[in-house]
Ligand binder design. Structure first.
Ligand SMILES: [Zn+2]
Length: 133
């Protein structure tokens, strides 16, 4: 088929061809199902990311964001056999830790729950809000 015989719609869809065996309809060939790139999606290699996290947090403690509280580090399952650092006390945070939500630090653990989990002295007791009679 030459391009002269094609309608504009047929020319715009080169993956379509008319059957030559007398059957009705069209047969689609060379059709791939590629998603349209609506916005750029970051490509992260899970093995590389988990390895970097281990290098950063092994033997360290962590802070969540800009908080002054220092938590102990526990390793939680992620993908397959890979693990990622999390606070020992299961304190939640938003994100995966890939955008700097968790910050490694060598400061001492100040989270009382983490200190208890790690077998450390829990430190000072909670200050009473008011004196009891
Ligand atoms: Zn903690």
């Amino acid at each position: 088929m030459s391009t002269v015989d094609r309608t504009p719609r047929e020319a715009a869809a080169p993956a379509c061809r008319k059957p030559t065996d007398g059957t009705a309809g069209r047969i689609l060939v060379d059709v791939t199902a590629q998603p349209l790139p609506l916005f750029p999606a970051p490509q992260t290699d899970p093995v590389s990311f988990a390895g970097t996290q281990h290098e950063l947090f092994t033997g360290m403690n962590l802070r969540i964001g800009r908080s002054d509280t220092v938590h102990g580090v526990a390793w939680r399952p992620w993908i397959n056999e890979l693990t990622l650092p999390t606070p020992s006390c299961h304190q939640g945070w938003s994100g995966l830790g890939a955008a700097g939500e968790l910050v490694a630090t060598d400061a001492s653990v100040t989270c009382r729950k983490c200190r208890r989990i790690l077998g450390l002295d829990p430190g000072r007791q909670q200050i009473p809000l008011f004196d009891l009679p």
